[in-house]
Write a protein that binds this ligand. Structure first.
Ligand SMILES: [Cu+2]
Length: 144
């Protein structure tokens, strides 16, 4: 290949990359609303697929009759490790959390969160109050 052809190729690749970056930037300008509903013992979300670098505006409502909490965290082996963990250990694993004090019945809490990278493992929305996870209060999401 001649030097001119290689230069042309480099310019074409650079132009393509610039275009791709521009597209991503447009996406991140507006936060994406994510409506999450907590109940006994369910977590429902309007969005279950997330992209790193995009700002998400979580609107979390407790429609249940007891307080709940909301966490985004890795759940290994279908949550089998969760039972042996203290609340502090679970909290330390969480990417983001809204504590039960802030989510009494009927409460709505809004929090912005951006995934900085694609996390390893199975990521789920979780309520880790004693017995709640086991009763079904977790819901898998995708970050890719
Ligand atoms: Cu709960």
């Amino acid at each position: 290949m001649s030097r001119i052809k290689i230069l042309g190729l480099v310019v074409a690749v650079a132009a393509f990359l610039l275009a791709a970056c521009g597209g991503n930037q447009a996406d991140t300008n507006e936060p994406v609303d994510v409506k999450v509903t907590l109940g006994e013992f369910t977590i429902k979300s309007s969005v279950t697929e997330f992209k790193p670098g995009v700002q998400y505006h979580f609107i979390v409502t407790n429609e249940g009759v007891v307080p709940h909490e909301f966490m985004i965290m890795p759940v290994e082996m279908g949550g089998m490790g969760m039972a042996g963990m203290s609340m502090e250990e679970k909290d330390a694993l969480a990417f983001m959390m809204i504590e039960e004090d802030e989510l009494p019945p009927g409460a709505t809490v809004e929090v912005d969160y951006t995934f900085t990278s694609v996390p390893e493992g199975n990521i789920e929305f979780v309520c880790a109050l004693p017995g709640h996870f086991e009763a079904g209060m977790h819901s898998p999401i995708m970050v890719k």
